[in-house]
Design a protein around this ligand. Sequence first.
Ligand SMILES: [Zn+2]
Length: 118
Amino acid sequence: MEKLRQPSLRDAAGLLADVTRHWPMAKGSLAEVRKPCVRANCPVCASGRRHRAFLFSLTEKGRRRCLYVPAALVPTLRQAIANGRWMEEQMRRTGVRLIEEHRCARRQRPSACQGGAS
Ligand SMILES: [Zn+2]
């Protein structure tokens, strides 16, 4: 029987380079909210407009957690979340491709297995 190919190992070097380009990565979501502050006689709160704030939500050990995000960090965190979603997509594709290539190789037509999932 022909040895099965190892697509995850074959592609590891390229993936590592892509991971480096997509760093930092974060898993969670970012939301903009409007909140009242604690200052007495705040004109913004008195007008009803409230203050803009950003919350980062994540799940830790099955529990939801929210953290305030400093405004200066919002663009970086937004990019990190997008990068994290990119990574999840890579993992999803790899799982599907491993199974498809395994099935293909078991049919003993490895030359037909080049495409894989995209
Ligand atoms: Zn206020």
